[in-house]
Design a protein around this ligand. Structure first.
Ligand SMILES: [Fe+2]
Length: 499
């Protein structure tokens, strides 16, 4: 259809987020993490030389006196055993969202295509959410948006336009094949589950600065318009938990989050956070609770064990509530069933193997297992904190004695499933197929960084177990979709299905 132009402005042009745009958030806990990071980095550098954590803490303290005095406790005679973040920082009463930063990384910094919206009072957040949602819909013109927002939000909209975060441009086409049941692989840990009528988005990161910058082909919020009926959040690690992305969706969208008994430096109260952004339907239920049905998808909330900063030498956190609280999700539809294992695995007292046995008993076989295949070990994560998100500081400080063993090259303790654990789970639940994900960002059509090594590793482990599960080597943007009708239907790989 030709684009009609009125007074130089196309009436078909709508506001949407553009390529290269990014929004990120800064909380009080993030700020604390940035203040503490240099101190912890020095401890790690020193402990590598001396192999003596007490000595390393004492030496690093001399350089970071103010940080230590204000934030840490330890007994000078028993430094290694007693070193801890003060209780009020381990369990902060409040963790306000201090700022939203925005910009477009396709432009050099000197062009000033970036800005910061300082949040003086969190009561403004629902207004900002509404603005970002209206822009994300990609079906409203600038004027139509302005009619629905306050003067202050019009000012922010103008800044977003000026910084090339959003632009008025031809209305983008949807990137999702209609009425095609299946799973679609977005960036890193983000997945879109579809039936013919319902869409469920998992751990979304859109227009985020977390992945690889300047991807030649990436997803935009516009492509998902009309395809998201609920959002599932697995856990609060930053590669899975990105508030600015959530703010791009309708505030009526049900959002599932893990139930957090007590907010901590390790894991914030995700329900409170999402509600503060303006969302009205936030679901935080117990593991094994009765399923919640969205459209024609049954959502079962199951335990997330593993990925705790615990190692055999230091197997208990400073406090039992200092957990990386999370959910795994079993989705059941008339077309397929799929268990998303996220980054789960093993910890000294719990294992996903036990959950898999309970799943098999309660639900029978599961068609697909979708999991991070990477083996993550807190005692071999290395000492370069700059290579991790700022959330790793909170992880390490929940059990700071592990600072003495974070650079081991032998005897690592795998806290995720890794290839062996993934194969074991597939065997227990009788999975027909197994799909890798959550192991990095890549351009649409490309395989993520670690798949090439990890897919054969999982295949080998499955073979050792005599398990017939097929590993599906899908790329970013591919779908694993249902082909055929009920009874004769099967799942097949659909290349470059989305994007
Ligand atoms: Fe994680």
């Amino acid at each position: 259809m030709p684009i009609v132009s009125v007074g130089g402005i196309s009436v078909d042009n709508t506001i949407s987020f553009v390529k290269g745009s990014q929004i990120s958030s800064l909380t009080a806990s993030d700020q604390l993490g940035y203040a503490i990071q240099p101190f912890i980095q020095d401890i790690l550098n020193l402990v590598t030389e001396s192999r003596d954590l007490g000595k390393a803490i004492t030496q690093a303290t001399q350089k970071h006196e103010k940080v230590v005095e204000r934030l840490f406790d330890f007994e000078p005679s028993k430094v290694e055993e007693t070193f801890s973040l003060k209780s009020q920082f381990l369990f902060p009463q409040k963790n306000p969202l201090l700022a939203l930063q925005y910009g477009n990384n396709l432009y050099p910094r000197f062009l000033g295509k970036n800005g910061t919206e300082v949040i003086q009072d969190e009561s403004i957040l629902p207004e900002i959410q509404n603005l970002l949602y209206l822009c994300g819909r990609s079906d409203l013109t600038y004027n139509q948006i302005c009619q629905q927002i306050s003067d202050r939000m019009i000012e922010l909209l103008d800044k977003l336009v000026k910084c090339s975060v959003v632009e008025e441009q031809p209305r983008p086409a949807s990137g999702v094949p209609p009425e095609t049941p299946g799973i679609f692989r977005l960036q890193h840990a983000a997945l879109l589950y579809k039936t013919k009528t319902t869409g469920i988005l998992v751990d979304p990161h859109l227009h985020s600065n977390y992945g690889i910058p300047r991807l030649s082909k990436d997803f935009s919020r516009a492509q998902l318009q009309g395809h998201v009926d609920a959002i599932l959040i697995s856990h609060s690690h930053y590669d899975h938990w990105h508030y600015p992305t959530l703010m791009l969706f309708d505030r009526e969208t049900p959002i599932f989050v893990p139930k957090v008994p007590r907010a901590s430096i390790m894991c914030e109260d995700m329900q409170t956070r999402v509600e503060s952004l303006g969302f009205k339907n936030v679901i935080a239920v117990d593991w094994y609770a009765d399923p919640v049905v969205v459209g024609d998808v049954e959502i079962n909330v199951l335990p997330f064990y593993g990925e705790q900063p615990l190692v055999p030498e230091y197997s208990q956190p400073k406090h039992p509530e200092l957990r990386n609280w999370g959910n795994t999700y079993l989705l059941r539809t008339e077309y397929y069933s799929s268990w998303i294992l996220i980054d789960s695995g093993n910890e000294p007292e719990f294992s996903m193997v036990h959950v898999a046995e309970a799943v098999k008993q309660k639900f029978g076989s599961v068609d697909q297992v979708v999991s991070n295949f990477q083996p993550l070990s807190y005692n071999s994560i290395g000492i370069d904190l700059s290579s991790w998100g700022i959330d790793i500081i909170g992880n390490l400080l929940s059990n700071p004695q592990i600072l003495s063993v974070t650079n081991q090259s032998k005897g690592e303790y795998i806290s995720t499933l890794g290839p062996k654990g993934v194969a074991e789970i597939c065997a227990i639940v009788g999975a027909k197929s197994c799909l890798p994900y959550a192991d990095s960002w890549a351009s649409i059509g490309e395989h993520s960084l670690h798949d090439r090594v990890l897919v054969p590793d999982v295949e080998l482990e499955l073979k050792k177990l005599g398990c017939s599960t097929t590993v599906v080597p899908w790329a970013i943007g591919d779908g694993y979709v249902t082909n055929g009708s009920n009874g004769g239907s099967r799942q097949v790989l659909l290349k470059s299905a989305i994007g």
